[in-house]
Write a protein that binds this ligand. Structure first.
Ligand code: XMP
Length: 511
């Protein structure tokens, strides 16, 4: 592997975004704690160093401090937000509380003669989030960008190869941010462009082997992308010392359990315990109509089944999880700390079963990178391109009490929707789409007779982050085709509705 870009993590929630931007420039990067000793840094022979932002302030008595020796290594250093302030203060500049806190998009003017801003427009919006700012640059530095309230929005001493930006080039809102990172890693650091997802895979496999040694690993497969990618990775790393448990609660999409079983026996032969526990779930859910109650029962039963299966396998050494970076951020975990995803199918397990460690090999990746890793590892596109699917599955898309015929109706109508979306190429544009069994009956005419059957709703949304969403604008002709097929092919349905609500006020799921 070529010389990495090292990223010093001062605890910013954007640190992994910096790493992602560096990867997008096809450069290998490594995130390290800000306190990494100088000797370790030297030994890694980095081509450059990026200092992240931080929730801490440089003025605080317990301000986070890296080794100041990094500024004399002769390698290029880019400080971002706190990183720049720490650089300024350490090298004799002055950092003070700004008269006005700057948060959100700011119009920034750049000195495009700086190598850091070369090829850019002289003015564009960048994301700011700071209450302290550099008031006086250290000796030998010049200011190279500004905003209305921040005279030193960037600084540099090119002779010493030191650069700083007050804004966050790593967040997508910063219009030319990607260019700033590219200029730094490709032009200033002259890093080799040899990072590919397969190098990540190789590295991750090596790390898993080191962490697991000769031990065994338990992994819960959910049918989703994340756990499938971890299974594929672990299968390559430790072969049949991987034990997977797949619990079918009876609320999976059409053919999903079969597909998971097929992939993890044919392509990735692992020990797979696939349990059809649907009877247990339907029993427990008899007579239950309240959405929260349904979720709770399903969550608890899932843990119970999983635990029983894990115990049957005997003592295993490690527990693996498909935690990805957005999960780490959502759970508010401090960088480097161990988080257990508060997902219903794993809650409380590791401690009870006495695992020696938690293996989370895709913890630093974003969703689209996880999909790419899956492709590199050879998972079929049916798995890597899956849309998100909630843990309780079709149970929260089948309103009211859960019975097998009602869930069957949800599943069959959903399969038609998926098929037609894929045929029309809509699955690439729409973030999530499914049908809902509304549990509502209405009158219709079928052939010569009267029907009194169920109405199915189509829910299709576009969203970036699933926190807010808009309803997808589906061409009428495709809706007409889907409606016709569902009513004709799914017995018990005589009406198809379209959900045209945004989130908020509605949620994406109906329960
Ligand atoms: P809502 O309905 O809250 O959904 O707008 C937002 C996103 O979260 C998914 N979702 C879940 N995912 N377990 C999950 O793993 C759950 O219990 C769950 N509930 C909702 C939902 O599918 C959408 O993508």
């Amino acid at each position: 592997m070529s010389q990495p870009i090292l990223i010093f993590d001062f605890g910013s929630q954007f640190t992994q975004l910096i790493a992602r931007r560096v990867r997008q420039a096809q450069v290998f990067s490594q995130v390290l704690p800000y306190s990494t000793p100088l000797e370790t840094i030297k030994a890694l022979k980095p081509s450059g160093l990026i200092l992240s932002g931080s929730p801490s302030s440089v003025d605080a008595p317990d301000a986070l401090q890296g080794d100041p020796g990094v500024f004399d290594l002769g390698i290029p250093v880019l400080g971002v937000c706190y990183g720049m302030q720490w650089m300024a203060k350490t090298l004799g500049g002055r950092v003070e509380k700004a008269s006005k806190r700057e948060y959100g998009l700011s119009a920034v003017t750049y000195d495009i003669n700086s190598q850091l801003f070369s090829g850019m427009d002289a003015r564009s919006d960048s994301w700011m989030s700071h209450s302290y700012q550099v008031e006086q640059v250290p000796e030998g530095f010049t200011a190279t960008a500004s905003t209305a309230t921040c005279p030193v929005a960037a600084m540099e001493a090119p002779g010493r190869r030191l650069y700083g930006v007050q804004f966050h080039p790593e967040v997508t809102h910063s219009v030319q941010g990607e260019q700033v990172i590219r200029n730094f890693v490709l032009n200033i650091c002259d890093s080799a462009r040899d990072w590919r997802m397969d190098s990540f895979a190789d590295q991750a496999i090596k790390e898993v082997r080191q962490a697991v040694g000769e031990g065994t690993v338990l992994l819960g497969l959910s049918g989703g992308v994340d756990s499938a990618v971890v299974a594929a990775l672990l299968s390559k790393a430790i072969g049949d010392r991987l034990y997977c448990v797949f619990v079918d609660h009876g609320f999976m999409r059409k053919n999903e359990p079969e597909m998971v079983k097929q992939v993890f026996s044919a392509h990735f032969p692992v020990h797979l315990s696939a349990i059809d526990a649907s009877d247990r779930f339907f029993d427990k859910l008899k007579g239950v109509t309240d959405p929260e109650q349904k979720r709770k029962i399903i969550g608890a039963e899932f843990v119970a089944v999983f635990r029983e299966e894990a115990l049957k396998l005997g003592k295993l050494d490690h527990f693996a999880q498909g935690t990805i970076y957005p999960d780490v951020i959502e759970s508010g975990a401090a960088p480097g700390s161990v988080t257990i995803k508060s997902h219903h199918n794993v809650g409380g397990l590791p401690k009870e079963l006495g695992f020696t460690s938690l293996v989370e090999p895709i913890r630093s990746l974003f969703k689209d990178e996880v999909r790419e890793l899956g492709r590199v590892l050879g998972l079929p596109s049916e798995l890597t391109d899956r849309q998100p699917f909630p843990g309780p599955g079709l149970a929260i898309r089948t309103l009211g009490e859960l019975t097998r015929p009602k869930v069957h109706l949800t599943r069959e109508s959903d399969a038609i929707l998926i098929e037609e979306f894929e045929r029309a190429g809509l699955h690439k544009q729409v973030s999530q789409f499914f049908t809902v069994n509304t549990d509502l009956r209405s009158v219709g005419v079928m052939g010569d007779g009267r029907s009194y059957d169920t109405a199915v709703a189509i829910r299709a949304v576009t969203t970036d982050d699933f926190m807010t969403a808009d309803f997808a604008r589906i061409p009428y002709d495709i809706l007409a085709l889907i409606s016709r097929r569902i009513v004709n092919e799914v017995p018990g349905v005589n009406r198809v509705l379209l959900d045209v609500t945004t989130k908020p006020p509605a949620s994406i799921e109906w329960e």
